[in-house]
Every structure is written in structure tokens, then in C-alpha cells.
Write a protein that binds this ligand. Structure first.
Ligand SMILES: Cc1cc2nc3c(=O)[nH]c(=O)nc-3n(C[C@H](O)[C@H](O)[C@H](O)COP(=O)(O)OP(=O)(O)OC[C@H]3O[C@@H](n4cnc5c(N)ncnc54)[C@H](O)[C@@H]3O)c2cc1C
Length: 416
């Protein structure tokens, strides 16, 4: 008997929008395009931010068009990786802890609707040295907000995770309920569910809008137009290309390399439940255990060089590989000789300090700019969607740290 869509998604490795299952849906031609239909909102960009914004706006009853140049969660997008960490710890930046908590609820409710697990609670382990201020402040915030966590001293760390050589790290925070989101699969699932609820999706690039004042329509290079009352540009690292005068010097896309190492066959020490997500903050490096057989992921968090998301080379460099391998041999001796099984090059779309950009265009009152995920935005997709929808629909409460006015033209990272 033919499986239902829900059964298919639960039992196969294909995403909610697996190419074999739903090719028509992903390429869906929004029927209102070029037809004279005026949408309430057109969302440009179906990364994690745009997908959740479109979905939340539709939940409020708005007629929504969603457009993407390359497809939801595509390989060039910042949301296009295999996995992303969801953790609650953010030093004393309480808003991000609150948004992570809220997003976790919404991710879980999405999983309920999609019938498929995009989240794996592997736990997240933050390694720290001495009086490390960020980690110390994180403990205080987690305690204040009632997030489940443990402060573990060195002897306990060694007892629980003998496969890790903690080196100079003396203690750690363990968030047992945090973990991993399957990144591009979950973006595709959000888009698919949004489409089921009535969002109209069109796979086309939008040309940079010209002029000033209210925007009435956006256009594609093929000559299609989309009319709407409000426009949201959630274009991540492409925002500087769409709004060069405004954002050319305020969003800094950087090249980030990611490596996957293959543990020895039958070695369970580097997979969940034996291995959590880990962060070695002092060395600016983090990793994700081997889930779904993709390999043990290790990635430097330090900002790389400037990067073009359309044309930049997606091949990892031998120099970064050598640095990462040296770290892996020290911190995870059992993986000293593990082969590299895959590499990814993605980009962060950094703001000056790491705070998101969520604001109206200063000269176009019905145009919203949303982005600046800055290497930590994925987990917050649901909360960003909720915030943007409430600002558009109800004129919801303004969080000034997301405003354009706070975005400087230099980089000084403050949010991790
Ligand atoms: C290596 C790496 C690791 C990361 N790890 C984590 C992590 O562990 N946890 C975490 O929370 N975050 C993490 N992040 C950050 C997070 O992935 C990003 O902040 C988030 O995905 C940004 O989403 P976005 O929707 O703003 O942008 P994107 O995902 O880039 O989406 C933008 C979309 O806009 C579309 N677009 C662009 N221009 C146009 C146009 N002209 N017309 C139509 N469509 C257009 C693109 O095709 C794209 O799909 C990581 C990022 C990277 C690169």
C-alpha cells in the first residue's frame, strides 16, 4: 500500500520536501504572480528567517507570497547546512536566551506537525577555563530563567566523557535538553507546511528594488511581478547586494569552513548519546556529534575572509583543515587518524556586533529588512518569525537592539 506523506517523511531520509516526493511543491508557481493579485505580504528569501516569517504571517490570516532565488534551505544559503546547534546559553544577553527558549517550543510544535524529527536533544557542553566571564554569566542567566543546566567540574567531565581530553578547560556548563536541528531539512519543512496553509511559493530571484517611498511591486529577471502591501527582505548574506547603499557596509558576509570526520566503524563514542554538542570557547571552535552517519562535525567559529554567497568557492582549504585536525587530535585523541568524509563552506552574515537586523527600511515604510543572523541565527528562526509577524500585523513591541540605527560600519563582535 502506498504510504501517506506523513509516513513517508517519518520513515525515509528525504526531507519534508524530498525532491522525489514533492518536486511540484518546491517549484510551485505562486498563482497570484503577475495576475494583478495583491498579497498582503511578499517575503523575499526562504532561509530559516523568511520561512518562519511567511509561516507566522499566514497563521495570522495574511495572504503571503514567498520567493527564493535558489530554493528553501539551498546549498548557498546560510541555512543550507546539515545541522545547526540550538542552545540556551548566551552570557548575559538574556533576550537571546529567551528567544532560544521560545524557539525551542515552536520548533517542537513544528516537528509535531511535520511528523518527523528535526531536533535531536544531544545536550550541549560549553567548556570553560578559570573565571571565563561569558560562561560565568551564562550560568547566572540560565539559573535566573529556569533553564535546566549543570555546572560540571573537571573530574566529573573526565568521568562522563573519557573520550574528550579537556586540556586547559577546568569546568563546563551542560545543557542536557539542548541539541541539534537538522538545518536545511527543517527549513524545507517550514516552507512546505506554510504552503499547505496557503502561502504561495515562487522560485525566482527578485531584482533589487529601486526608488524611494512606498514599494508597490517587486520584479524578477524573467519579467514577473509580485504586488503586495508589505515586503519583507529576509535575504541573509545577500542583503548587501539588494540594498548596497544602506547595507553594503553594515552586513559582513564571511567565509566559514566546516569539516566532517569519520569515526572508526562501530565506535559509538562520537555519536549521541555518548557525545554531546561541544564548544571550546577559548579556542573559538565547536562541534556536533556524528548524527545520521554524516560524520563528526568540527568548525572554527572565528570569522573568515569576506565572501560572495553567489560565486564564492565552496571548497575547504588545506590550511584550515590542518588547523582543525591539529585541534581534533588534541581534544578528541580517538579521532586523530579519522578521515575527512565531507567539507562545507558556508557564510556568516555578520552585523557589527552580532545582533540581528530587524527593521523597516528608513525610506520605504512598507519594506522590512531582516537578517544579520551572525553565525547564531538559525535556532532563532521561530522567534524571529513571531517578532516580525507581530511588528507587521499588530505594530508589536520594538526591540531597539535589532534596529538599523544600531548597526555600525565596523565589526566588534559582542554576541556569541
Ligand atoms: C557554518 C555555519 C554554522 C552555523 N551554525 C549555527 C548554529 O550552530 N546555530 C545557529 O543558531 N546558527 C548557526 N549559524 C547561523 C545561521 O545558520 C544563520 O544565521 C541563518 O541560517 C540565517 O538565515 P537567513 O534566513 O537570514 O539567511 P539564508 O539562510 O541565507 O536565507 C536567505 C535566502 O534568501 C534568498 N535570496 C537572496 N537573494 C535573493 C533574491 N534577490 N531574490 C530571492 N531570493 C533571494 C537566498 O537564496 C536564501 O535562500 C551558522 C551559520 C553557518 C554558515
Amino acid at each position: 500500500m502506498k504510504p501517506t506523506r506523513r509516513e513517508f517523511m517519518r520513515t525515509t531520509g528525504a526531507g519534508a520536501l524530498g525532491a522525489t516526493l514533492l518536486p511540484a511543491a518546491i517549484r510551485g508557481q505562486a498563482p497570484g504572480v503577475s495576475s494583478g493579485k495583491v498579497y498582503d505580504v511578499a517575503v523575499v528569501g526562504a532561509g530559516v528567517f523568511g520561512a518562519w516569517i511567511a509561516y507566522r504571517l499566514r497563521q495570522t490570516g495574511r495572504r503571503v507570497a514567498l520567493l527564493d532565488a535558489y530554493g528553501p534551505g539551498n546549498a548557498r544559503s546560510s541555512s543550507g547546512g546539515q545541522t545547526r546547534v540550538i542552545r540556551m546559553g548566551y552570557g548575559d544577553q538574556e533576550i537571546y536566551t529567551r528567544w532560544s527558549m521560545r524557539s525551542m517550543e515552536l520548533w517542537k510544535s513544528l516537528i509535531g506537525q511535520a511528523g518527523r524529527a528535526f531536533f535531536q536533544p544531544t545536550g550541549v557542553l560549553w567548556m570553560a577555563r578559570g573565571e571565563d566571564p561569558l560562561t560565568t554569566k551564562t550560568v547566572a542567566t540560565l539559573k535566573r530563567l529556569g533553564v535546566r543546566h549543570e555546572r560540571l567540574e573537571r573530574s566529573e567531565l573526565e568521568r562522563r566523557w573519557p573520550q574528550i581530553d579537556f586540556g586547559p578547560n577546568t569546568w563546563a556548563i551542560h545543557e542536557p535538553q539542548s541539541g541539534i536541528l537538522m538545518a536545511f531539512h527543517s527549513v524545507q519543512a517550514v516552507v512546505h507546511i506554510a504552503m499547505e496553509k496557503g502561502v504561495e511559493y515562487l522560485q525566482e530571484a527578485v531584482v533589487p528594488p529601486e526608488g524611494k517611498g512606498r514599494l508597490s511591486a517587486i520584479a524578477t529577471p524573467s519579467g514577473k511581478t509580485v504586488q503586495a502591501g508589505t515586503f519583507v527582505f529576509a535575504c541573509g548574506p545577500w542583503l548587501p547586494k539588494l540594498f548596497p547603499d544602506l547595507l553594503g557596509e553594515r552586513i559582513f558576509p564571511t567565509r566559514q569552513e566546516v569539516f566532517y570526520f569519520g569515526p572508526p566503524p562501530g565506535d559509538e563514542r562520537f555519536r549521541p548519546p555518548a557525545m554531546p554538542v561541544w564548544v571550546d570557547f577559548a579556542e573559538e571552535i565547536y562541534g556536533i556529534p556524528d548524527v545520521r552517519g554524516r560524520g563528526f562535525k568540527v568548525a572554527p567559529d572565528r570569522h573568515g575572509p569576506a565572501f560572495d554567497p553567489d560565486t564564492g568557492s565552496r571548497v575547504v582549504t588545506p590550511e584550515t583543515l590542518a588547523t582543525v585536525r591539529e585541534f581534533v587530535s588534541r581534544r578528541f585523541p580517538g579521532l586523530k587518524d579519522a578521515p575527512l568524509v565531507a567539507g562545507e563552506v558556508c557564510q556568516y552574515e555578520n552585523t557589527s556586533n552580532g545582533d540581528f537586523l530587524i527593521d523597516r527600511h528608513p525610506e520605504r515604510e512598507n519594506v522590512w529588512l531582516v537578517g544579520g543572523g551572525s553565525g547564531h541565527g538559525f535556532k532563532h528562526g521561530p522567534a524571529v518569525g513571531e517578532y516580525v509577524a507581530s511588528r507587521i500585523v499588530e505594530g508589536g513591541k520594538v526591540e531597539t537592539r535589532f534596529s538599523l540605527a544600531t548597526k555600525e560600519k565596523f565589526q566588534k563582535r559582542a554576541v556569541y
